[in-house]
Every structure is written in C-alpha cells, then in structure tokens.
Design a protein around this ligand. Structure first.
Ligand SMILES: Nc1nc2c(ncn2[C@@H]2O[C@H](COP(=O)(O)OP(=O)(O)OP(=O)(O)O)[C@@H](O)[C@H]2O)c(=O)[nH]1
Ligand SMILES: [Mg+2]
Length: 468
C-alpha cells in the first residue's frame, strides 16, 4: 500500500480550512534541493549549507500564476527531525487556495525535473519516524491518539502514552522473558553436564512473575480505559421512572421515546454527553422489573447485560412512589459499584422524605431531579464528572492504556506463558518450555514494533491523517 520509503514526501500538515498559518511539510533527500529551486530568499542564504534548525524568510514563486507567495521556512537536517530525514516546513498564510498553490508548485516541479517527490500517504511521516527508530510503535499509536483526542482527558492520556509508558512496561516484561529464555536455552545446551543452571521451580517462579505483570498491565488498562465514544453510563431503574425523559433532558434533545405507558423503551438508545471535559456514553434502556412477565423479558436481559459492563450506573427512582419497593423489584445482580442514585420526578413530591430509601444505597451520591423542570440536572452532570476526577473510574493519566492491537498481543502473551507454566509444572523437557517462551518474546516484540509485518504497519499508519 505504501510506495517507497526513498521517495521524498510532501503534505499539508495543518487542518483544512482557513487559519492564521498553514504548514506544508516535505521530508526526504529531495526536500532541500526541491525547496531551494523554488525559493527566493529575503536575505542571502543557501539552504543546502545552513545548519539544522535554521529559519529563512522569503517567497515561493508560482510560475503558472506568476505570484510570489510569502513564506517562512524551517529547515531540519537529518537526523535532527521527526522523520530523521531532511525536513523542510513551509509556513505560509492559512488561505486554502494559497496553500494548494504552494503544493502544486512543488509537485509540478517534480514532474519537470523528474525528482521523486510525491504526496504523502496518511501517517507516512510518523511511519518514517518509526522505521528510522525515532519512536516505537506504541508511541506512533499514541501520536494518533493525540491527533484524535477530543477532550482534555483523552489528550492527557495520549501524551502519557507518547512518553512511552506502555513501551516501558512492555520492555520490562520483555527483558525478563528474554533473560529467562536465555537461561533455559543455556541449560538445554549444557544438559549433558552435571550442573543445574536453572531449576524447574525457579522457571515456574519467574514465569509466574511475568504472568502477574502482564495481567496487571491488562487489567490496569481495562479500568483505565475510556473508550473513544466515552465512559459507559447506563440509566437503570424500573419502567416509567423517567429514564428516557432524563436522557432527553440531559442531552437537550428528544433522543429517546417517552410515554406514560411503562415498558416504552425496548432497544438500547445511546448518545454522547460531554461534561467537564469528559465524554459519557449515555445508554437508555428498558426498565427492569422483576415482577414483569415474559413480554419484555428479552429487553430486560439486554438492559442487564449492558448494566454489567457499565462503568457508571445512574440508578433512577420515581420519587413519587415507594423507593424501597422499587429497589426490591429491580434486578440488581452484578451491578457495578459505581452508582449515582437519582430520585426523579422531584416536581411531583417535593417534600417526600428519603426514609424509605434502602440503607445500602446511603453510601452512594444522590441527586433529586426533575426531567420535566430541569431541576438537579446540572448537579447530576457535575456528579458524573466527579466520579472520574475522584478516581472511581480509573481515567488516571498515569495508567497505560492499551489499544486493541496491544491488548490482543498481551492476551496471546499470557497464553504462551500459561502454556510454558503448564509444561514446567508437568516437568516436561526444557526444549518445549523454551519454545513457548520464544513465542512470548516475539509477541512482546510485536507490541513495541520490533517484530512486525508490513500488513500490521499499513493498518496502523493508514488510520492517521495525511500530513502526520
Ligand atoms: N412529573 C414528572 N413526570 C416525569 C418526569 N420524568 C418522566 N416523567 C413522566 O413519566 C412517564 C414515563 O417517562 P419515561 O421517560 O418514558 O420513563 P422510562 O423510565 O424511560 O420508562 P420505560 O422506557 O418504560 O422503562 C412519562 O409520562 C413522563 O412524562 C419528571 O421528572 N416529572
Ligand atoms: Mg424509556
């Protein structure tokens, strides 16, 4: 999919549209000669001989339009650039036609002079940074997360990843696996001698340590994970308590159907609520009622399984009815402990006491709301954001967050380690243990990009945008 790495690549690397400044970036061996041939410097400067990290003011001449476009060049010579190649950044006025004109000039010259300059593919600058050893694969992926981050929190998490938290922890596990593997292989080589280089007990102990560290990394990542769509937040409660009315009121739009008839919502209705810089994926679903018949049983099953996976549960009560009775009639097995209690319809029963609220709910934050008048909704939004800030949902930025590819690799790693442990436990020969451990080491290499296939790379980098 990617044409040659020896080509010089060019792309507009600022977002499309009007802006104060725009940047066109060129990377590769032809970058400097190409720009030099188009550039009219304001002061006497030779781009080929200047030292790296130099800037030059001047114009780029467009022969077709017969105009001089004002530009500022930043020159980064290899290996002192992101791609570790010669890079020239052309900064100019952020007017789309002007930027296109500069790009046209660069590419038309290429046709005339037969230089290998072409538009870059998505993510190709970052791919080169990876291929030239500037960053490892987890950092390349973090760069993509930074580009895609939509909230401050996502951005922070991505920056943490870029600084190499996943690769650091991966490398620690990898070092341990490589060293153990080497010792086992040495033991195989010297098996005819009468010395025991490493005992099965020792192998078991060290495999156990690798397994623990890997499981820890995976589970940390699971609690720390905020999916790009937001934190899974489920509205849970008996039918007719006002769940759909609440989701509509929170979102400020008629997203979910509301009616006086209990059992209105059947399928799960989802929408994003952004509050306090955090995205919540709100899910409205069928009310759950233990006393109901089979008619809505299927919808309730669906609701319950979503509630099991939820990161936050908004436990909704109808404030005008008996609270403890509602609680008893809800199916409450396996609910997450991260609950916000909502007593809805506060407009109907202003003075109602909370004496019938089940005591086991006392430990959770509680808010009175009215989907009708809007009372308590702002407070509810603040409480949602609090659950993240207080660390109940572990969105902590120090926690490494694994993406799907990394998680898959770590799960395969666990498998190989468990297989090796099984062999060691059964006193199988070291050759077999070493075989599984080798697979484990290779899998670890995959995470940071030491062992990769072109397919994996293409997949990862194609998800970038052009110019990055
Ligand atoms: N007075 C008052 N009525 C409300 C409030 N919230 C919801 N209602 C009414 O309660 C009824 C049920 O509301 P829904 O939002 O459909 O309730 P639900 O929990 O989604 O119900 P199901 O989908 O059947 O489980 C409707 O007639 C709403 O107008 C509220 O805060 N105050
Ligand atoms: Mg509903």
């Amino acid at each position: 999919m990617y044409p040659g790495i020896q080509d010089t690549i060019v792309a507009i690397s600022t977002p499309a549209g009007k802006s104060l400044d725009a940047i066109i970036r060129i990377s590769g061996t032809e970058a400097i000669p190409c720009v030099k041939s188009l550039f009219i410097p304001a002061t006497n400067i030779d781009l080929e001989v200047v030292l790296t990290y130099n800037a030059a003011k001047g114009h780029i001449h467009s022969p077709r339009e017969c105009v001089n476009i004002p530009v500022l060049l930043y020159i980064m010579k290899k290996p002192c650039s992101y791609t570790k190649e010669d890079v020239v950044e052309i900064h100019t006025i952020g007017s789309p036609p002007l930027v296109e004109m500069v790009l046209d000039v660069i590419l038309s010259r290429e046709i005339k002079m037969g230089k290998n300059i072409r538009l870059s593919q998505p993510g190709e600058f970052t791919k080169r940074a990876f291929l030239h050893g500037r960053i490892d694969l987890t950092q390349a992926e973090a760069t993509m997360r930074i580009i895609r981050a939509q909230t401050d929190l996502e951005l922070k998490a991505a920056v943490e990843q870029l600084t190499g938290d996943v690769s650091l922890q991966t490398r620690r596990i990898q070092d341990e696996a490589v060293s153990l593997c080497a010792q086992i292989e040495a033991a195989i080589d010297f098996s005819d001698q009468d010395i025991e280089l490493i005992s099965t007990t020792e192998i078991m102990r060290r495999l156990e340590a690798i397994k623990t560290n890997t499981s820890h990394l995976i589970s940390q990542s699971e609690t720390g994970k905020i999916s790009p769509e937001g934190i899974d937040t489920v509205l849970y409660g008996k039918p007719n308590v006002g769940k759909s009315s609440l989701i509509n009121a929170l979102l400020g739009k008629k997203r979910s159907l509301v009616s006086r008839v209990p059992g209105t919502t059947r399928d799960i209705v989802t929408d994003i609520l952004e509050t306090g810089g955090i995205r919540f994926k709100l899910m409205d679903m069928a009310g759950v009622d233990d006393t109901q018949g089979a008619v809505i049983a299927r919808a309730m099953e669906k609701a319950q399984s979503a509630a099991k996976r939820a990161q936050v549960i908004l436990l909704v009560f109808d404030g005008s009815a008996d609270l403890s009775e509602q609680f008893i009639q809800m199916k409450r097995d396996d609910l997450t402990d991260n609950i916000i209690v909502i007593i809805n319809k506060s407009d109907l029963q202003k003075e109602r006491s909370l004496s019938d609220l089940p005591t086991e709910l006392n430990k959770y934050p509680l808010v009175h709301t009215s989907a009708l008048t809007g009372e308590g909704l702002e407070r509810l939004k603040r409480m949602l954001a609090e659950t993240v800030r207080e660390g109940k949902i572990n969105a902590s930025t120090v926690v490494p967050v694994l993406n799907v590819r990394q998680k898959d690799a770590f799960h395969r790693l666990l498998q190989s380690v468990q297989q090796a442990m099984e062999l060691a436990r059964n006193n199988e020969s070291y050759e077999f243990i070493a075989l599984d451990l080798r697979t484990a080491v290779d899998t670890l290499g995959e995470v940071v990009g030491e062992v990769t296939t072109e397919d994996i790379l293409d997949k990862i980098f194609s998800e970038f945008c052009i110019g990055k």
